[in-house]
Write a protein that binds this ligand. Structure first.
Ligand code: CA
Length: 274
């Protein structure tokens, strides 16, 4: 090889090494997160498994304030009319009916004190309902919420959605100084069709100082401590929540165009860690 060839070879080698190193950095958060820690496949028909899940009941007045802190309109129940497992799928059903002085019922279930995890991959395969005022979500709250309150505990919305915009979902984080209207989120829009037409996988990878949000393995949102105008609170275990709200600040009320009942179907919820 002449000196010029050597030079070119060195440059190419350096470029190759840099790109390999760069890729390893990007994937470093996920490489160690391949151990299945939690798997809810919803393969037993009937009520939800209460060794894993709790029901949130009522209007939220005891915990978050009337309307679950968001002026939501539904009354959450544990009745089979609102929540059950059938044919491998969790069904959460929002209904229009008079119940306990409310006009709507639905369900919200959580893993508080039964399963929580710090860092890892949290994913669920879900087919969403649709319609003005329908607000389903797959989300996480810091397990220290009973000590420090919200938003100090942190909140990670892996997926939330406005039923009147069925082609778009959002992934969002809330914490002290960046909650509610100041939360840090981004949206993902389907190129065609709606999230009510088929199942999709909603995934959040939680590494050290990094949260990454995916739809069907497509990355659309990342958050790290430099993005949040407040304390980074994603260094404690979080528990999971699945719900379908009706009305509230995020979506507005249902109207004459909204068809009831509306059902969220969940095929599975899985958590991987190291
Ligand atoms: Ca299933």
């Amino acid at each position: 090889m002449n000196p010029m060839m050597n030079f070119r070879f060195d440059v190419i080698l350096v470029l190759l090494c840099s790109s390999v190193f760069f890729c390893q950095c990007n994937k470093d958060n996920t490489n160690q997160l391949d151990n299945l820690l939690f798997s809810e496949e919803f393969d037993t028909d009937g009520p939800i498994d209460e060794s894993v899940w709790n029901y949130d009941i009522g209007t939220g007045i005891e915990s978050s304030g009337e309307g679950w802190g968001n002026n939501e309109l539904q009354y959450y129940t544990d009745r089979s009319e609102n929540v059950f497992v059938e044919n491998g799928l969790l069904h959460i059903v929002a209904r229009k009916e008079d119940f306990e002085a409310r006009q709507y019922t639905s369900a919200r279930i959580n893993t508080q004190n039964k399963f929580d995890q710090e860092r890892g991959i949290f994913e669920a395969r879900i087919k969403l309902p649709e319609g003005q005022g329908i607000w389903p979500a797959f989300w996480l709250l810091g397990s220290d919420i009973s000590e420090v309150g919200w938003p100090n505990c942190g909140e990670i919305d892996v997926m939330e959605y406005r039923g009147q915009e069925p082609n778009k979902i959002a992934g969002t984080v809330h914490g002290p100084g960046y909650s509610a209207g100041q939360s840090i989120g981004n949206t993902y829009t389907l190129s065609e069709g709606g999230f009510d037409e088929d199942f999709h996988v909603f995934k959040m990878e939680w590494g050290i100082n990094n949260l990454s949000f995916y739809v069907d393995d497509e990355l659309y949102h990342q958050v790290n401590p430099s993005n949040v105008p407040g304390q980074w609170v994603f260094d404690n275990p979080f528990f999971m929540i699945l719900n379908v709200a009706v009305g509230g600040n995020y979506v507005g009320s249902p109207d004459a165009s909204t068809n009831f009942p509306q059902t969220m179907l969940v095929d599975y919820v899985r958590v991987y860690g190291n």
